[in-house]
Design a protein around this ligand. Structure first.
Ligand code: 5RP
Length: 229
């Protein structure tokens, strides 16, 4: 990866550490920026030894366990003190698109049930309007994939079933067993679109995160900027 971006992500990840020091139960998202955050956690392993972690994906669970942390299964969790995650796009109102790594369903679950939600991104993730660079992922029940696809197509949302590029033949299957459909609607109101998508039977979850971030830490090569709700 471009070393400027790498440094920007690392700076955002370092800044996030201060939000977990007082927490008992820490939720951790998925992706390359989160990977930087896990590196930061690892560098403070002794201090964080008694913390309990809950992971938004198999990938993050494996990385946290390999780094020597205690990871609880999500089903045993009632409340998360703080959640740290990345994002694909963030607008100035802190609405976000997530799910580039197909972990959107667990990520939204952990975000919603956390007392404090902090997102870490590099500066390239800031956009004026959502869907500028990234499509919106939708996690769909496999049994409903064609019906949901056809509905989204009829609405003019330009759906594309996400295919695996390596290691698996066929569609990407999410950690909760869904098929990912990416959509690229033209002009839309994020909150209204979210309501519509969530009303479609067969849609497990969407990658639109509306009003769910308390704080976004934006990393640059040499500094961070904090956007607060
Ligand atoms: C995974 C996500 C990630 O947080 C998002 O894709 C950002 O990833 P990265 O930090 O690698 O750019 O939503 O489902």
């Amino acid at each position: 990866m471009d070393s400027t971006l790498d440094r920007a992500r690392a700076n955002a990840a370092k800044k996030a550490l201060e939000h977990v020091l007082e927490a008992e139960v820490i939720g951790v998202g998925t992706g390359s920026t989160v990977e930087k955050f896990i590196e930061v956690l690892s560098s403070r392993r002794e201090e964080l030894r008694d913390k309990l972690f809950v992971a938004s994906s198999i990938d993050t669970m494996v990385k946290l366990k390999r780094a020597g942390f205690k990871v609880l299964h999500t089903s045993t969790i009632e409340q998360i003190d703080v959640y740290i995650d990345g994002a694909d796009e963030v607008d100035r109102e802190l609405n976000m698109i997530k799910g580039g790594g197909a972990a959107l369903t667990m990520e939204k679950l952990l975000t919603f049930f956390s007392r404090k939600r902090v997102f870490i991104v590099d500066y390239t993730k800031l956009v004026k309007n959502l869907c500028e660079k990234h499509p919106i992922p939708i996690d769909v029940l496999p049994e409903a994939v064609l019906m949901v696809y056809n509905y989204l197509d009829s609405r003019g949302y330009n759906p594309v079933i996400r295919y695996s590029v390596r290691g698996k033949y066929g569609p990407v299957v999410s950690d909760v067993g869904g098929v990912i459909i990416d959509i690229k609607p033209r002009l839309f109101n994020p909150a209204e679109l979210e309501r519509e998508l969530k009303s479609i039977p067969g849609v497990i979850e969407t990658g639109l995160f509306i009003g769910l971030a308390d704080r976004v830490i934006v990393g640059y090569e040499d500094r961070v900027e904090e956007l607060i709700k």
